[in-house]
Design a binder for this molecule. Structure first.
Ligand code: ATP
Length: 241
């Protein structure tokens, strides 16, 4: 579905953030992208969603293909239109707008009114709280609910591939668990998911496959279950000794 080959990304002249990343995303499982601070996880998602330029970054080499079409030169809106939608780190919901208005904003790119209605029904079923609190200002929601809104807003354009950047950030363990279960459900409904996380415990529980980024390259990759057992991953990311 998505293939990334020898991807190199720079910010300005001096910062090389990715030095040749290879990655494949298929529809048959959730893919987790792990790594410590500054490893390049967000940069990878920005490159795929076309939002790198907004951060003064550029693709310096390699290519990104989605359904065999090159997308590394497309605008973010064109990439959304193809069915690839990202939820950026820090949620970035419209705090002064209502919950429903946020969802509507996510549905602007939908192909038809019918598709929009279907997507809204799906979002309300996944996140009943967003239906209950539709008229409330989004900024008044709790952190977990805001994350749900950010995911719900992305689902409004019925993506085939959802890119999540640290959805667990700043949330209580119970809420993280709930978000993890929802990610599984979204995948079970037929949407492929890439899950970028610093929370390796959560990510390896939720994902089927995983890659570990270290300073801009893929250091490890494999089945999530196996990586969870690997000594390096245990020591570096799971708090083992
Ligand atoms: P985090 O978990 O902290 O978000 P990350 O793994 O997502 O980390 P990136 O944010 O992709 O890492 O950063 C990769 C490298 O690129 C880091 O060295 C970072 O300092 C640098 N970087 C990221 N964004 C920019 C930017 N807008 N301008 C310059 N350098 C940047």
């Amino acid at each position: 579905m998505l293939s990334v080959r020898d991807l190199r990304v720079r910010y300005g002249r001096s910062v090389a953030a990715l030095h040749g990343v290879d990655l494949d995303v298929s529809a048959d499982g959730v893919l987790a992208v792990l790594g410590s601070n500054g490893a390049g996880k967000s940069t990878l998602l920005r490159a795929v969603s076309g939002t790198l330029r907004m951060h003064r970054g550029t693709v310096a080499g390699g290519e990104i293909r989605y359904d065999d079409k090159r997308i590394d030169r497309l605008d973010p809106a064109e990439i959304v239109h193809l069915g690839v939608v990202g939820v950026p780190e820090g949620r970035q919901i419209f705090a002064r707008m209502s919950v429903e208005e946020n969802l509507r904003a996510g549905g602007i790119g939908a192909r038809s009114a019918e598709q929009r209605t279907k997507a809204r029904r799906r979002v309300h079923e996944l996140f009943p709280v967003l239906a209950e609190r539709g008229r409330q200002r989004a900024g008044l929601l709790s952190g977990g609910e805001q994350q749900m809104l950010a995911i719900g807003r992305a689902l409004m354009s019925s993506p085939r591939l959802l890119l999540l950047d640290e959805p667990s950030l700043g949330l209580a363990p119970k809420v993280v668990e709930r978000i993890g279960a929802i990610i599984r459900e979204i995948h079970a409904q037929g949407t492929a998911v890439v899950l970028v996380e610093q929370n390796a415990v959560m990510a390896l529980r939720v994902a089927d496959h995983a890659v570990v980024l270290e300073v801009g390259t893929v250091a490890l990759s494999g089945a999530a279950r196996e990586l969870a057992r690997s000594e390096d991953v245990q020591r570096l990311y799971l708090g083992g000794h």
